[in-house]
Ligand binder design. Sequence first.
Ligand SMILES: CC(C)(COP(=O)(O)OP(=O)(O)OC[C@H]1O[C@@H](n2cnc3c(N)ncnc32)[C@H](O)[C@@H]1OP(=O)(O)O)[C@@H](O)C(=O)NCCC(=O)NCCS
Length: 236
Amino acid sequence: MQLPPADVVHIWTVPLTATAATVSRLHGLLGLRERLRAADRAPADWWRRHVVSHAAVRAILGGYLDREPSSLRFGYGRWGKPRLAGLEFNLSHTGDLALLAVSAQRPVGVDVEGSRPDFPAVAFADRYFPPAERELVAAAGPEAPAVWRRLWSRKEACVKAAGARAALGLSLAVAGPGDLRRVRDSSGLLPGTWLLRDLPAPEGHAACVALDGDRPFAVTHQTWIADEAVRHREVP
Ligand SMILES: CC(C)(COP(=O)(O)OP(=O)(O)OC[C@H]1O[C@@H](n2cnc3c(N)ncnc32)[C@H](O)[C@@H]1OP(=O)(O)O)[C@@H](O)C(=O)NCCC(=O)NCCS
């Protein structure tokens, strides 16, 4: 599989549903760190999503690098961003949905947000967002959760491109059109410049990808389905 050309991001949609047999098979691809993570206390749904999402990352990235998925060795940034020599990538998940963004060289961040029933969107924005965004959320009435979700997915995409932590992105100004929006942190908490693109997402969700730097970029979409990958022997 060819890495994306410069200034193209591949977005992989990964449904985190799979049969028990597939989950058991995919478990064999994981490294020790992934296997041990909460293994003794994870609810079954969490475990299935964890195994499928991390196996998908290995299968897809192994495909780009022409390496066995189980042989990949990840490094981790200061705030835990996984890294791999030879490409840039980022994973996000909510419920039964994961997105994986892959770029050849420019650091990338992706975020998908599901609905959070009872989340105090207006109060949260009022406390943490810049003034113009507070007003947007407050003025949205019943749409406040959706407006909050859109803004939050953009902030998180930037934070994740930077390999930082969520708190550092709260004050980023991200409102406005979501097509190649340029973002720079005036507070200096999160050094860098990113271009954003909102991504299609299911009803009640918001998703966004951020790419490091100023050059415009395009996005292509593909889907990875665990049961099919196992059935077609795409994973060993
Ligand atoms: C990175 C962060 C913003 C993502 O939060 P999130 O919306 O809950 O998670 P997402 O589903 O979008 O992304 C999770 C994935 O991003 C990747 N990731 C982890 N840390 C990352 C970071 N600092 N930057 C970019 N990507 C990161 C991992 O692949 C992770 O997948 P995994 O949890 O299955 O291993 C958040 O976890 C954070 O702030 N981390 C920094 C460390 C920290 O402060 N932890 C306490 C969090 S309350």
